[in-house]
Design a protein around this ligand. Sequence first.
Ligand code: M6R
Length: 599
Amino acid sequence: MCGIVGYIGKKQAAPVLIGALKRLEYRGYDSAGIAVNSGKKINVVKTKGKLNVLAEKIEGGNAVKGTTAIGHTRWATHGKPSDINAHPHTSGSGRIAVVHNGIIENYIELKDFLIKKGYRFISETDTEVIAHLADFYYKGDLLKMTARLTQTLKGSYALEIISQDKPDEIAAVKKDSPLIIGLGDGENFIASDIPAVLPYTRNVYIIEDYEIALIKREGVALYNTELEHINKEVFYVNWNVSAAEKGGYEHFMIKEIMEEPQAILNTVSQMVGQGMMKIDKIPDKINIVACGSSYNVGVAGKYIIEQIAKIPVEVDTASEYRYRDALLTKNTLVVVISQSGETADTLAALRESKRRGAETLSIVNVIGSTIAREADRVLYTLAGPEISVATTKAYSTQLAAVYMLALSLAKAEGKLSPELEKYYGEELFKLPSLINKILEQKDKIKDLASKYFKAKNVFFIGRGIDYALSLEGALKLKEISYIHSEAYPAGELKHGPISLIEDGTLVVALATQEKLFEKTLNNIKEVKSRGAVVLSIVEEENTQIEECSDDVFYLPKTNKMFTSSLAATILQLFAYYVANLNGNDVDQPRNLAKSVTVE
Ligand code: M6R
């Protein structure tokens, strides 16, 4: 849930780290800090607040000299955001400094042990035990000390450690939290995620659990916990650096929404027209497991897969699934969906499924991420780096991936004739240009947002797959605008929630499914007659909706399964403009982080 970075080279390290942390700020942004080894001592500067508070304090990094350093941007788990709780944490009168992403589960036991050994704790964090334990173990060899840490620490960690007497070394190790090392010429970089190092190098090591790295200017050596040398392939990153920058847009979120047509085209092209995904064993049941927006894609996936492939689908939030001993049939396929590929609950659910013998498939955006590597198969969404905490283009490509999974399953079952495969393929390839049509109308959505941005409560309603989209519309709005919003199946309102409808309550109604249109229309009339203000989203020929709506957004016609992709873009734009008009920090909403690597 935090971002960690490190640099060792010939440049001044602090300005490099500030830039790298900026590109990781999506992982957490309640406090930040750096520790720089000047050659004589370790200077630590850390502060509560976003990275720019730290950057100002150290003049963009120029005020702290040294060419070996580690840095951190935090999303608080243990202890509130404060100067003291910010990383790096130090020990032994400042001779050791540590940054950490993850959670140490046995920190209380370790803290008791270290207090008895005379260590004094000043923060509320779990990480401080690592600093003191590192100091306790350190006998002049960073590598041996790090190996000992791996034997003692329980929980998740990506760690970087420096010692005052080793200005030419950084040690790093990980377990269940991501870590990469960027390989430069006479300089090397460490980070939680690839975008942080992209301005400097495209050659990276993706570090696996319990791999220990000793990073020097001239090279990086990797070891297992027995301190035996290991060889590793260098991963070449072929993304465009600009993909992780704002490119003239006010926010990453709007830039990422505007990238949806290309992202969907990239995702769809890898399979449609290429004979779809090969399915060796047809599942008798599918369990989709994910969190947040990825879970919402799973709910849409249930409708899509059951409709197209006629295979029963269960959908669970990962935090529930991992503990519920879900029933697995002889041939259950567990599909985990994750943008980051690092979400702790989703990863745990994947591991639990594998442990119980299920086949697993992941739909993941971040190439080389843990979930992508650990699932039996991976279907990549080619959305490119997504920086805004609220997911948009990744969600839209996940939906596209689910369409392709459903079509691949149908084909493997012999239920997809060549004519139908061609038809669906053509419809999928039309999606980018249809989404462009929505994007061309973004000012209309902005006008709607300016009419409704003061709403206090918003209901999103729909039936069938429109209900799945309602879930995402409500999540998107609440997470960045802080407006209370709920999604309900349209037919469910009358069983309770309708009592909340009063004069002026905003209801966003999705009625894109022809078969269910009349039914949803009736539900819209029910809320309208109780004073609701209704914004409807329907296909272009359904003009009768105007009688019972205050505003209508018409979608261009496509196959009923794929209208969801068009509706998604509208809901994302609506949430974006509402949040922006409310003056919120759209890309970094309060209390959130992009990658949730804690349970
Ligand atoms: O990286 P993942 O897709 O596994 O992340 C899951 C959720 O944390 C994520 O979708 C979250 O709900 C976003 N803030 C939604 O915009």
